[in-house]
Design a protein around this ligand. Structure first.
Ligand SMILES: [Cu+2]
Length: 127
């Protein structure tokens, strides 16, 4: 009987995790999400513009090869994008400017030139 009740508790915990995951996904749509296709050896689009101080979500899908992004300046943690997978990363830029983000996972001959340019714009006065 003890074993059965433990299994029951385990299932309840799993159900709770599944429910909270469903709730976490809903608000993610509230701020801008930018889709980026990743392949050998490019990010498409190669340049994006985002507002200063606003949470931004990048949804990166690799259609070829394993790649990554990471930026200390922008607060993007090391994020690996496996072949055929989609990963999302959310960050809030704290500095305006143009940031060249290199692919952060060695991916072959085009790796050194594989960059994503992120332009962070200060919102116009009055906004
Ligand atoms: Cu690379």
């Amino acid at each position: 009987m003890i074993v059965f009740s433990r299994i029951g508790a385990g299932l309840a915990a799993l159900a709770a995790i599944a429910l909270s995951a469903a709730f976490i996904q809903a608000p993610a749509a509230a701020h801008p999400t930018i889709d980026i296709a990743v392949s050998n050896w490019k990010f498409v689009p190669a340049k994006i513009t985002i507002p200063l101080g606003e949470p931004t979500t990048l949804r990166l899908t690799s259609t070829q090869g394993v790649h990554g992004i990471q930026s200390d300046d922008l607060g993007i943690p090391q994020t690996t994008i496996a072949n055929g997978k989609t990963v999302t990363v959310t960050f809030t830029p704290k500095k305006a400017g143009t940031f060249i983000v290199h692919c952060s996972v060695f991916c072959g001959s085009g790796h050194a030139d594989m960059t994503l340019t992120i332009v962070v714009t200060d919102p116009p006065a009055g906004n």
